[in-house]
Design a protein around this ligand. Structure first.
Ligand code: PEP
Ligand code: MG
Length: 323
């Protein structure tokens, strides 16, 4: 099996019936790029920029950030690199930011909510990103967007910083695609409105499942509610993908579910364009993808959405299908 995987390092990510997809890598730091290269990822689908903030005793400077973003972007030689603006808060605390103690950190002051209220931090990050975009195909993604106003505000700030940089560097940042994570149920339900204003979606199933089932993703006592095959979630994911495609936009996924072997035929059947996962899962996924026919996967999705009522029901149906 591993020998077969080795032959797939530079192979395209394609289904049995010849439909092209992208299998991308999630990274946390530029040092992860060695594994990304070894796995032959089609893209970096999620660069969690938090590490720059967590591995430091003070806010990272524009220059520090620029170097990290440039390094990753350059290493991909023109393949897409999706960099997510900082997703601090929730369980990720920073001593030097002196964030308020909260009763419900995952429902509190985190990610884009901090970026929009502490704009100096956000603007520094955006400038570093725009400057690094000269070195490849850099895309920017905002985490935890719940409302259209949040996306519009984040985009407006991005446009302002871009225009300032363009005074001395005409055209810089003009080809940056702007996207958002779909990880808050309100945004998933209203995906058709967001799809008109973004360039792409990336579904963050780790948080989307947490918020959909109201179960803390880190709490063992409620881990049985982490249900990636639950029909309630599958319907929502299909809605998000359909909404993106309706507007001609890319639908990606960067939560754990994107690298899940049971989820794969369902996601292919729904037409998900990009699958972003830990580099160690890429070749296994590419190998399975090669054996799956998208028409049959679409029929499986229809069957599951019609007949499955529980997470287990779906899992059994998919495992039967994969036999
Ligand atoms: C997610 O929520 O699915 C996601 C990819 O982001 P993170 O795990 O960093 O919250
Ligand atoms: Mg998340």
């Amino acid at each position: 099996q591993r020998a077969e995987w080795a032959t797939l390092v530079n192979a395209p990510s394609v289904s049995a019936d010849g439909k092209k997809f992208e299998i991308a890598a999630n990274i946390g730091t530029p040092t992860d790029m060695a594994d990304v290269f070894k796995a032959g990822a089609d893209a970096v689908g999620l660069f969690r920029s938090e590490f720059l903030y967590m591995n430091s005793n003070s806010l990272p400077t524009e220059e520090d950030q620029f170097k990290a973003y440039k390094q990753v972007t350059e290493t991909m030689h023109g393949k897409p690199v999706v960099i997510r603006t900082m997703d601090i808060g929730g369980d990720k605390q920073l001593d030097y930011l002196s964030l308020p103690k909260e009763m419900n950190p995952f429902l509190g002051y985190r990610a884009i909510r901090i970026s929009l209220s502490r704009q100096a931090i956000f603007r520094t990050q955006l400038r570093a990103l725009i400057r690094a975009s000269k070195f490849g195909q850099l895309r920017i993604m905002f985490p935890m967007i719940a409302t259209l106003e949040e996306f519009r505000k984040a985009k407006a700030i991005f446009m302002e910083e871009k225009q300032k940089l363009q005074v001395n560097d005409p055209g810089i940042g003009d080809d940056i695609k702007l996207g958002m994570m779909i990880e808050v149920p309100a945004a998933a339900i209203f995906a058709e409105a967001f799809a008109k204003e973004v360039d792409f979606f990336s579904i963050g199933t780790n948080d989307l499942i947490q918020y959909l089932f109201a179960a803390d993703r880190g709490n063992e006592c409620v881990s049985y509610l982490y249900q990636p095959y639950n029909p309630a979630l599958l319907k929502l994911i299909k809605h998000v993908i359909d909404a993106a495609h309706q507007e001609g936009k890319i639908a990606a996924m960067c939560g754990e579910m994107a690298g899940d072997a049971v989820a794969l035929p369902l996601l292919m059947g729904m037409g998900l364009d990009e699958y972003s996962m830990s580099a160690s899962s890429i070749l296994r996924t590419r190998s399975t993808m090669k054996r799956l026919d998208t028409t049959k996967c679409a029929a499986l999705v229809d069957h599951v959405l019609k007949h499955a009522l529980t997470n287990d029901d779906t899992e059994k149906m998919v495992k039967q299908f994969l036999k």
